[in-house]
Design a protein around this ligand. Sequence first.
Ligand code: SF4
Ligand code: SF4
Length: 76
Amino acid sequence: MGKMKGAVIIDTERCKGCNLCVVACPSNVLALSTNEVNHKGYAFCRDTNPDACIGCASCAIVCPDACITVYRKKAD
Ligand code: SF4
Ligand code: SF4
């Protein structure tokens, strides 16, 4: 099976900045915003390194508020 490539869509307005997804990601794709907050006042999660995403869905599984949707496709 070929390598998997992934992409995440983050519902930044629902994110509460708990950092669980950032820690759970094995590829260091995610980081909390450092210069912006959402309407709730939280630093929110971003995919700062999207090319590294392997679509493993660990981030989506750990997010307590289901803010992350993961898409997967074969890399080649
Ligand atoms: S799907 Fe996996 S590799 Fe991609 S951002 Fe989420 S935890 Fe990281
Ligand atoms: S786990 Fe969910 S709520 Fe927590 S920082 Fe990540 S996206 Fe936001």
